[in-house]
Design a protein around this ligand. Structure first.
Ligand code: PLP
Length: 294
């Protein structure tokens, strides 16, 4: 089962996409709705979020909406009408309450080429079963992203740090990982700094501290990482940010890739070398992420 909500007016700064007094309308997800001229389809010119939900409650919704607005601004898109988007996401989540865990994709595109109205929709479906990745763990390889770690400052037009619809590279690296016998990837900058996964944030434990590379590196500010840090601090675990290279990361006591949906996936193999998984901390983190109230 899947659920679709189409925004009537995704941004108050731009004309409405469809005449309606309601902020969104539920629509049949099994029939086509998108124009073949929509810039989402022809150029990947738009932004998105993937929000996890459980029993009808979306996780980290405020953080997702903040990042959605930030990505839109980086692409010079008209600012999303956040209350309208929030109501559409809540409606889709609530339709999926019986699905248990759900994944909700939130998309804003520049709209039909030549037009002024952006296109927006929210689509949700039951999440796949992530149990194996969350418990047994994943095999990861390092791949060079080809940009320096300061790309966000030197070349903002590359949109590093925005969650754009242009994710063909993020898919290609997973195929490269599979060719190398791995499940996922950690990007490294051309000058040797550990960055992020193609759909996840890197988290690691060094002694009794939980660390992550932090922002400003042309990477996304992870909503899941933010929630893990907030939980860790309340549980008395120290958190922090660390710039480091792949060899230093390999020395960490435990490594995870964290993201909406899959939550915390412990890294059980790095560049072909088996690693110990911190099963206890992994279980605590995932229990917290699953039980989040919002
Ligand atoms: N980095 C990238 C490139 C991503 O695409 C994602 C999520 O899809 C993340 C990090 C993790 O973000 P979040 O925890 O908000 O899902």
């Amino acid at each position: 089962m899947s659920v679709l909500a189409i925004l009537s007016r995704p941004s108050l700064e731009a004309p409405a996409a469809r005449p309606s007094s309601e902020p969104f309308e539920l629509a049949d997800p099994d029939v086509p709705h998108l124009s073949v001229l929509d810039l989402a389809a022809t150029r990947g010119d738009g932004v998105f979020e993937t929000v996890s939900a459980r029993f009808g409650r979306p996780h980290a919704l405020d953080a997702h909406l903040r990042r959605f607005a930030r990505s839109s601004a980086l692409l010079d898109l008209p600012a999303p009408d956040l209350p309208a988007w929030r109501s559409a996401i809540l409606a889709v989540a609530s339709e999926l309450a019986d699905a248990g865990e759900a994944l909700i994709k939130v998309v804003l595109s520049r709209g039909v080429e030549g037009g002024a109205a952006p296109t927006g929709w929210v689509h949700g479906a039951a999440a796949p079963d992530f149990t194996a990745a969350r418990t047994r763990g994943i095999r990861v390889v390092f791949l060079d992203r080809g940009y320096r770690h300061d790309v966000e400052q030197t070349s903002p037009w590359l949109l590093a740090g925005a969650k754009t619809l242009s994710y063909a590279v993020n898919r290609a690296v997973l195929r490269e990982a599979a060719r190398r016998g791995a499940d996922d990837v950690i990007f490294v900058s051309s000058d040797g700094v550990v960055l992020e996964g193609p759909t996840s944030t890197v988290l690691f434990r060094s002694g009794d501290r939980l660390l992550t590379p932090g922002t400003g590196l042309g990477i996304l500010e992870g909503t899941t990482q933010g929630d893990v840090f907030a939980w860790a601090e309340s549980a008395g675990i120290e958190t922090g940010y660390a710039l480091l290279g792949p060899e230093e990361l390999a020395q960490a006591d435990a490594i995870w890739l964290v993201s909406s949906g899959r939550h915390a996936a412990p890294v059980r193999e790095l560049d072909g070398v088996a690693r110990a998984v911190d099963a206890d901390l992994t279980a605590r983190i995932n229990a917290h992420l699953l039980d989040r109230e919002h």
